[in-house]
Design a protein. Structure first.
Length: 231
């Protein structure tokens, strides 16, 4: 399965009020493994970024002045997500903005779900951790993922953190990495180092006792054509 863990940053909270996407960050998982293939772009929203939004993500109007508009990156973005499953925290927010941007293209692009499936990790977390805080920072703490360099929200950094959270929530990552391994992300034009997982305990291996093995063999002996061999 090809999955795209994705996050966006925006000029404000509501596309119906004219707010736009200003950053997209996405990382690729294939077979539950990070491939290193990413999509990251800053976008000129052709409108003012609200101050409240700047205080969240730190992306200023001046920084975005020379960045491409959405129509210039739309084809590359669609090609990156096409046919995959998007993994998004609070997917209704990001997908709502993406659908709004596609509608503004006025070229019959359609909506996000025309190109890919969508998995909302916020809904998943609420099912797994009812009554608890389930924002990204809370989930990083719960699953031992170091997010100490997350001073501001940044789309690529948050997508990378969410990938680790998602893998931990759904069974862990399928490839081993050193606890001290570092990654570098780009946020607002600056490199940000972060550690994937620290102090992750070794998995406990529990083997059957002799009595349990004997009981297992006895059970197999009374089953007609068991799938498991008796030796």
């Amino acid at each position: 399965m090809r999955q795209i863990v994705l996050d966006t940053e925006t000029t404000g909270l509501d596309p119906a009020k004219g707010h736009r996407i200003i950053e997209i960050g996405a990382v690729e998982l294939i077979g539950r493994k990070l491939t290193g293939n990413t999509f990251h772009v800053y976008i000129n929203p052709q409108r003012v970024v609200e101050q409240e939004a700047i205080e969240v993500h730190g992306i200023t109007n001046e920084f975005l002045q020379d960045k491409p508009v959405f129509s210039q990156i739309a084809d590359d973005f669609l090609e990156f997500i096409r046919g995959g499953e998007l993994v998004i925290h609070n997917a209704a927010f990001d997908v709502g903005f993406m659908d709004h941007e596609f509608a503004l293209l006025r070229n019959g692009t359609g909506v996000t779900r025309d190109y890919c499936q969508v998995l909302d990790t916020l809904l998943l977390a609420r099912e797994m951790r009812p009554g608890q805080k389930n924002n990204l920072d809370a989930l990083c703490r719960a699953y031992g993922i170091d997010n100490s360099n997350r001073t501001f929200h940044g789309a690529l950094l948050d997508a990378e953190l969410l990938a680790d959270v998602y893998l931990a929530m759904t069974g862990g990552q399928t490839k081993l990495e050193l606890a001290t391994q570092k990654k570098t992300s780009q946020h607002n034009g600056q490199a940000v180092d972060w550690t994937r997982v620290q102090n992750k305990p070794a998995l406990r291996v529990v083997k059957a006792t002799a009595e349990e093995e004997q009981a297992h063999q006895q059970r197999l002996s009374v089953i007609d054509a068991p799938l498991w061999p008796q030796s």
